[in-house]
Design a protein around this ligand. Sequence first.
Ligand SMILES: C[S@@+](CC[C@H](N)C(=O)[O-])C[C@H]1O[C@@H](n2cnc3c(N)ncnc32)[C@H](O)[C@@H]1O
Length: 314
Amino acid sequence: MAGPFDSLVDQARADFDARPSQPLREAWQDLDLVAVRADLVARLLAAGIDDAVIEARFLLQHTLAPMPLEAALAGRELVAWRQISDLADLAWQRLQRIPLSQVLGSQPFWTLDLKVTADVLTPRADTEALVEAVLARCSDAPLHMLDLGTGSGAILAALLSERAAWTGLGIDLSPAALAVARQNLDACALTARAQLAQGRWGEGLRDHSFDLIVSNPPYIVREVLAGLEPEVRDHEPAMALDGGEDGLDAYRVIIADLPRLLRPGARFALEIGFDQAGAVLGLAEAAGLTALECLQDLSGHDRVVFGQAVLPNG
Ligand SMILES: C[S@@+](CC[C@H](N)C(=O)[O-])C[C@H]1O[C@@H](n2cnc3c(N)ncnc32)[C@H](O)[C@@H]1O
């Protein structure tokens, strides 16, 4: 005779079966881990994910941690069904082309491991060129910096983590992004030296000036957005990507404000798209900024425009 508990069990079973990752669980239930990995790689490739082998490794490592993947592959029976089930959940998300960083919840950047959600741009390796350029040009003397469009807080956290005497302010228009930045600064033990505030670029900074201003603003040409990979187009915040009709909307506003926000002789560094050096250097020159240079990322693409506010004596 069916009792009240049976209906709970039926409900739980229905919920379990309704999980979108259930077909993966079923496919993997009788396979050993080596075969599960092969099947996962095949499914990732079929979903259009080129780095399938390395991504499968990340997904497996994340699920099996702290057990090393090699140990798990060697001693297949050590892997619990619970772990295969968790792997199915993560893999299903990735097969929907949700970025790996969002599936895993974090992304390495510089020397840090930063929290990532759908509310922030995943920090890119290209942006490390900006961090490197700043560190190569600015000593560890005390300095107050501004990060416009801080997102996850990646640039702010990386620079403050390298320069113990620096303080900084991160501005973003998105409160949800600022919540992620706050958690990252906290996790990096940087909250004592970093502030965050919601704002539209430098607009709200009336009586402030800075020794260094950095920004990686949205710079993708609007027309190009629809053709981007689904990970970016469908899962990263549009306001972190959309640079307007010619990709330069944010630079126009930010650069026009730099002379006001920079102390005399203070420096700035802007990340740019690979084909934007001429336009951004032109805007900086027109704003009266000086010592302008363009630096390349590790792939040899123009990536950072660096410069300075004029000193009072010119
Ligand atoms: C390309 S993302 C850069 C994020 C982070 N700094 C990084 O390098 O990974 C640009 C950031 O600018 C923010 N943003 C867009 N429009 C803004 C505005 N008008 N004022 C302030 N921030 C803005 C977005 O929310 C996003 O976090």
